[in-house]
Write a protein that binds this ligand. Structure first.
Ligand code: ARG
Length: 469
């Protein structure tokens, strides 16, 4: 690396509105259009399903309040990665970066892109499922488009975020209004004996939570970009307190609307619940629902890209990933190498990827690392490492979230130990094989240094430094 290069900083460009859109706009994505029937299926009753949706919202709220404290104590970008690094040390942080960059992020990008594609092509294939190749092609195009937008400039990708956030808010409000009209017209049968048939068991509850929490995932998104946020100590907690309750209320009302329009059985047998809803309420205009669901996934994907690229970039900056990934474009100031890397892996995952299994693996792995991150917060709280201006939450909040996270990780294993969860755990551990030679012993293969110099010139990128102003 050239020591004389003037170091670059990513700018603080994110204000409160963008911050709220970055959280809410990522949270509201494919899930609310895909998971309601699965939550209902696992828990067995409309009442139970609404309780799960509310509980997921509460968990996201408590989690993000705890993260807001982490973000104001450790003011660096990088989300879980940087918090685990600063509290639990380099090995667990590396394992997180490794798993997240190679599997979790690309898988979620691929998953959301697939749901975008399913809904985007649905109006052209009425009455029959679209060919898989077409869906995957559209998904790949969507990934590439957003990758380019995110490489071009930060403000541009933030505008995309705000625009799509507005679009999906409108579509959710349309669903809610439709539901209210149906309720006023007496469609309340789903809510009579609402808890009848509730299935109480560790595995069903865990699985229902996995599906619900997928829709809420993204609650931690702002913590990936703390260094680009204006006045993080104020805006981080504020954005969380606006975005999460907003999303929770919307999700609950949308679910009530689905249940007002469909019977629980209809809901469970629908493959794309928003389209079924549209057919019943909007008649000839039902294609609007496909468009809305596609737009919603598109916006969420943009947010996922935005934060995913940041994680990769911060890990590289700390020496846990090749140097090139920590650099930013000299004029555009976007971390393009990290974004290009995420894109390439996401496209690979897209080839065999399937939406449903992605959600379960995502939740399992994500909550495993959320628990480790929050244990770090507990440690900081015990050590009282606080800055005067940092935001603090009562200690019971992270404790509740940790207990919930441990339950979520153990639930599927205890009740019904699937071999896939063993694979995921082994994959996480396999990171140790890379950690020992490359990070611990700092063995840097010669070709990597050469490749870095070449790519640096080719991509017009330069090293960046932490933004501490
Ligand atoms: N909640 C989003 C959805 O419903 C998925 C978010 C994926 N996770 C993330 N951190 N971006 O589609």
């Amino acid at each position: 690396m050239n020591e004389n290069t003037q170091k670059l900083n990513l700018k603080r460009e994110i204000g409160l509105v963008s911050a709220v859109s970055l959280i809410a706009g990522t949270m509201i994505g494919s899930g609310i259009f895909m998971s309601p029937q699965w939550v209902l299926y696992h828990i067995g009753s409309p009442g139970g399903s609404l309780v799960i949706w509310a509980a997921c919202g509460l968990l996201a709220m408590l989690g993000s309040l705890s993260y807001a404290e982490l973000g104001t104590v450790i003011k660096e970008s990088g989300g879980e990665y940087i918090y685990i690094l600063r509290t639990s040390g380099p090995l667990p942080a590396f394992l997180l970066a490794f798993t997240s960059m190679l599997v979790v992020r690309p898988a979620s990008i691929a998953g959301i892109a697939l749901s975008f594609a399913e809904y985007a092509v649905a109006p052209f294939y009425q009455g029959c499922p679209p060919p898989e190749l077409v869906v995957k092609f559209v998904a790949a195009a969507c990934i590439l488009l957003l990758a380019i937008a995110n490489c071009l400039n930060v403000r541009g990708s933030m505008s995309i975020q705000v625009f799509f956030m507005a679009a999906k808010l409108i579509s959710l409000v349309v669903i809610i209004i439709g539901g209210v009209v149906m309720l006023i017209n007496g469609h309340t049968s789903s809510f009579q004996n609402a808890f009848q048939g509730t299935i109480v068991g560790i595995n069903p509850i865990g699985m229902a939570f996995y599906q619900g929490l997928w829709s809420y995932d993204g609650w931690n998104n702002l913590n990936y970009v703390t260094e680009e946020l204006k006045r993080p100590e104020v805006n981080l907690p504020r954005a969380v307190m606006i975005a999460i309750p907003l999303v929770t209320v919307l999700y609950l009302l949308v679910n009530i609307s689905y249940l007002a329009v469909m019977t629980p059985t209809e809901l469970m047998s629908s493959s794309a619940v928003a389209v079924t809803w549209g057919n019943k309420v909007l008649g000839g205009w039902s294609w609007l629902m496909s468009v809305a669901a596609a737009l919603s996934s598109f916006g969420s994907l943009n947010g996922t890209f935005f934060s995913g690229g940041r994680l990769c970039y911060v890990a590289a900056r700390e020496g846990h990933m090749p140097d090139i990934l920590s650099m930013a474009h000299v004029q555009r100031l976007t971390p393009s190498p990290a974004l290009i890397f995420s894109t390439a892996i996401s496209l690979l995952v897209l080839i065999p990827g399937n939406f449903k299994s992605i959600v379960n693996f995502f939740s399992f792995t994500a909550w495993f690392f959320y628990a480790i991150t929050l244990s770090g917060l507990l440690y900081l709280k015990l050590k009282k490492r606080h800055l005067p201006e940092s935001y603090e939450v009562p200690v019971v909040i992270p404790i509740i979230v940790i207990i919930a996270a441990v339950f979520l990780v153990l639930a599927p294993i205890i009740d019904d130990p699937g071999i896939e969860y063993l694979y995921v755990s082994l994959f996480i551990l396999s990171g140790v094989m890379f950690y020992i030679p490359f990070i611990h012993f700092k063995l840097c293969p010669n070709f990597l240094t050469k490749a870095t110099v070449f790519l640096q010139l080719f991509l017009e990128v330069a090293p960046t430094e932490k933004n501490t102003d």
